[in-house]
Structures are given as structure tokens and as C-alpha cells.
Design a protein. Structure first.
Length: 461
């Protein structure tokens, strides 16, 4: 074909040498070598490319398998969990200015020193009321914001009472002594008559939150509420968590802003034991949702399920308290309306909303107007006032958050459905952490709204 042989005898090879058996030809060109190297390079590139493709396929397969697991584990909420996991973190929350929408500019949050820290401050002309939680006296607020929460009686040790939010610029005017406070100045709300036990405690100067918690509410007068409601609404609230799980529903709304990072595991651990009670009783009592994540889990049962929920949520920016609270309240009010139409009103369980947060609400998502609107709708539809209760629990010691949350207790037209637990009530227990035992007492320490109305009026006199 005209192609020279690839191998020819070496010029230095003699005839006699070429006849020697086993002698090898010497290459005279590199064509074959180059061809072999070219094929080797192509083969190597192919192997690398195939390895890359296989790696991508394995990664996609793993992601699809994980997504399938979430869908099987969490149902239709699985895709939301997957989206929360993929959400990229952004910059930390910028510190916002303290909210002053519900607090007077002349008020600031302060805490009285404990007795052992030094001589007591000079007495102020304020109304005093005995606090059974430690057998001492705590000044009630006159025009200031005060915390009113006390824990359940069946748990020890008692948490210290704290007084806060005294005016720093205005001297309070003298208030009448406790003996001058009578039931005649109280609004009895929907009760047919003034609660006789409240009247007796006022007369004996022993009206405390624990005493009110142990009262049986008066039955609302005829025509003020929709009949055939759940009789639990007119009973003393349960004192044991096992009984509570069977009679009430809890909706935990959890702050998942980045400022919660140091308290995230603490908040999770506090919920684990509560979830275990639901598991023991095969109850769908507990629902959980978050401020920012779209993750919503209903009927949480057991520590493992609660742990998976928290691990599936990524912390992000923002504290849209009002927006999320509105969604939960609207859902509950719609549920009550539907129960009337469907004939299941008497078997519907009352709802306690527990908001766990460490920061002030976003300026465009304040909870006070949301609560006011929900109370207005509750009354307009003539639902029993004890259908819904809300407790705000402060995580951490942010003073601005404490002031903002405490202001919600006495917000206008909130139907007395709101209570607040500040960090100061449990900071001396468990190293300042929200432990499962403390959360249990907070849940059991709630008041019926129609009884809380008496206590709130009493504090303000």
C-alpha cells in the first residue's frame, strides 16, 4: 500500500545477527506509539466523564430517596420540610428599635432586687396584693405594665414573683387601700351575677391568681353564648397534664428567627416531654408551627417526632408574630363556626395557644390588633369566652421583648384571653432555661378568660 514498514532491521545489525533466533526489530517510526497514546487519552477522558455522570446520578438518587422518605414520613408536609432544609441562611437579624406601640414612653421594665441583695426600697403608695407563690406581697401596677402569671400549685419549688415596669419620670398618685376595692366597681362581663367566690376573696383581701385558678367559672347567662358548648368550658381547669391532654388542645407557635439560635435546643427539649404525654394517651392534642418556616405538624406524638420537627427547620430572619397568630386564630374561629353547622360543637375541645419567642414582633406584624379582632369576632358569633386562651412565653432576657409582651395583657378589647410569662419567672430555675417542668407549669397555670377578667381588673385598682 506504499506504507513503509514500521520496523526494519537496525543498520548496525549484521546478516549473521539477523539470523539469530530471538532477535527483535528496532522501531523506526512513532506512528503506532502515537496512535496507542491517543486511544489511551480518549479512554481516560471517557472514564473521568462517566465517573462524573455516575456521581451526579447517585447524588440525585439520594436526594429523591430522601424526599420520598419525607413524603412517606410527613405526608403532604414533606415537601415543605424539604424546602426548609434547602433554604439558604442570610445575614443575621438587625437589631430593631424597641416597640412603643403599646407602652408609654415614660415606662421602662425594671425588676425589684431580692430581699437578700440589700435593704428594701422605700415603700410606694401602691395597692398590694398577696402572692401565694411565695407568701410575700407584690405591688400591683397602677398605670404601669405588670406581669400577672403564676405557676400551677401542684409543682415545687415556687417561682419568685417579680415586679416590673415602674414609671421612671411620673410619680404615681396615691391609690386606695385594698379594703376600699369592692365588687361594685367591677365589670362582671357575661356572668349573670358577680362571682360569689371572687366577692368573698375581695372582702377577705385574699384575691390571688392561684385562688382564681381553683374557681369554677360561672355559667354564662342565657342568650350571651351559643348553647350546647363543651361543658369543659365551665369546669375548673385540669391540674394534671395527663387530664389536660385529654380535654384541651395546644397549639405551639415557635419563634424560628436567628436570634433563637442559642435557645433553640432548649426550646426543643422543653417540648419533648409534653409530646411524650400525647404519645402515652394516643392523643392528637399538640400542633406545632413556626414564625418563618412553612412547616406545620398536627397531632405531634412522642419525643422522636418532636425532635425530627426541630431538626427539619432552618432559622431565618424576621419575627412575624401577628401574621402567624392571625392564621392560627382564624383557623380556630372557623373551626368553631363549622362545628356549630356540623353538630359537633359540644365535643370540640378548647384551644390554648402557647407562643414561645425571644424577641419583639416585627413592626408590621404586631399581635395586639390581631388579638383584638379575634376577640371581636368571638363575641360577635357568641362563642363562649373560654374557647381560646393565649400565653406568650419569653425565651431569654431581652428587655425590649419583655416590655412588648407584657403590654399585651392589658391591650384594649382583647377579651382577657392573653397572659404573659416573662423570663424573670423562671430565670432562677434550671440555670435560666425553659425546662420541661417549667413549661408544664406554664401550660397548667393558665386561667379561663372569664375568670382572668376579674383578676386583671383587680390588678388595675
Amino acid at each position: 500500500m506504499g506504507c513503509p514498514p514500521c520496523f526494519t532491521p537496525s543498520p548496525s545489525t549484521t546478516a549473521s545477527d539477523s539470523n539469530v533466533p530471538g532477535s527483535l526489530p528496532v522501531p523506526t517510526c512513532t506512528a503506532a506509539v502515537s496512535l496507542c497514546m491517543a486511544y489511551t487519552d480518549k479512554l481516560l477522558h471517557s472514564v473521568i466523564f462517566l465517573s462524573f455522570v455516575v456521581g451526579i446520578l447517585l447524588t440525585l438518587s439520594s436526594i429523591l430517596l430522601f424526599l420520598l422518605y419525607l413524603i412517606l414520613r410527613h405526608g403532604k408536609d414533606g415537601t415543605r420540610v424539604f424546602g426548609s432544609i434547602l433554604k439558604q441562611p442570610g445575614p443575621p437579624d438587625p437589631p430593631g428599635p424597641p416597640s412603643t406601640s403599646n407602652i408609654s414612653k415614660n415606662e421602662e421594665s425594671t425588676v425589684l432586687p431580692p430581699p437578700e441583695s440589700g435593704p428594701p426600697p422605700p415603700p410606694k403608695p401602691q395597692l398590694e396584693m398577696q402572692d401565694e407563690t411565695q407568701g410575700s406581697h407584690a405591688p400591683a401596677r397602677t398605670s404601669q405594665v405588670a406581669s400577672v402569671h403564676a405557676f400551677s400549685e401542684d409543682d415545687q419549688p415556687r417561682c419568685p414573683s417579680v415586679v416590673r415596669a415602674h414609671s421612671s419620670t411620673l410619680q404615681p398618685s396615691p391609690t386606695p387601700s385594698i379594703s376600699s376595692v369592692s365588687s361594685d366597681s367591677f365589670d362582671q362581663g357575661q356572668d349573670d351575677e358577680f362571682h360569689p367566690e371572687v366577692r368573698a376573696l375581695l372582702k377577705e383581701q385574699k384575691l390571688t391568681k392561684d385562688a382564681i385558678r381553683n374557681m369554677k367559672p360561672l355559667v354564662p347567662k342565657a342568650g350571651t353564648v351559643v348553647p350546647d358548648y363543651n361543658p369543659v368550658l365551665d369546669e375548673i381547669r385540669p391540674k394534671k397534664l395527663d387530664d389536660y391532654i385529654l380535654k384541651y388542645r395546644i397549639f405551639f407557635i415557635i419563634d424560628d428567627s436567628r436570634s433563637m439560635t442559642p435557645r433553640w435546643n432548649e426550646t426543643r427539649d422543653a417540648l419533648l416531654e409534653i409530646a411524650d404525654h400525647a404519645l402515652e394517651h394516643h392523643s392528637d392534642t399538640i400542633d406545632i408551627r413556626f414564625f418563618n418556616s412553612e412547616y406545620l405538624r398536627r397531632g405531634v406524638r412522642g419525643k422522636n417526632e418532636a425532635d425530627v420537627i426541630f431538626r427539619s427547620v432552618s432559622l431565618s430572619r424576621g419575627t412575624p408574630t401577628g401574621q402567624v397568630l392571625k392564621e392560627v386564630l382564624d383557623e380556630q374561629l372557623n373551626r368553631l363556626d363549622n362545628a356549630i353547622r356540623e353538630g359537633s360543637y359540644s365535643s370540640e375541645r378548647p384551644l390554648d395557644i402557647i407562643v414561645l419567642t425571644d424577641g419583639m414582633p416585627d413592626s408590621n406584624s404586631q399581635p395586639a390588633p390581631v388579638i383584638k379582632e379575634a376577640a371581636k369576632r368571638l363575641n360577635a358569633k357568641k362563642h363562649h369566652p373560654n374557647w381560646i386562651g393565649i400565653q406568650f412565653v419569653q425565651i431569654g432576657d431581652h428587655k425590649g421583648a419583655e416590655t412588648a409582651l407584657l403590654s399585651l395583657i392589658d391591650a384594649e378589647d382583647n377579651n382577657h384571653m392573653v397572659d404573659t410569662v416573662s423570663y424573670n419567672f423562671y430565670k432562677d430555675e434550671g440555670g435560666g432555661k425553659l425546662t420541661p417542668q417549667i413549661l408544664k407549669r406554664i401550660i397548667l397555670g393558665g386561667l379561663h378568660p372569664n375568670l382572668r377578667s376579674y383578676y386583671n381588673q383587680y390588678r388595675q385598682r
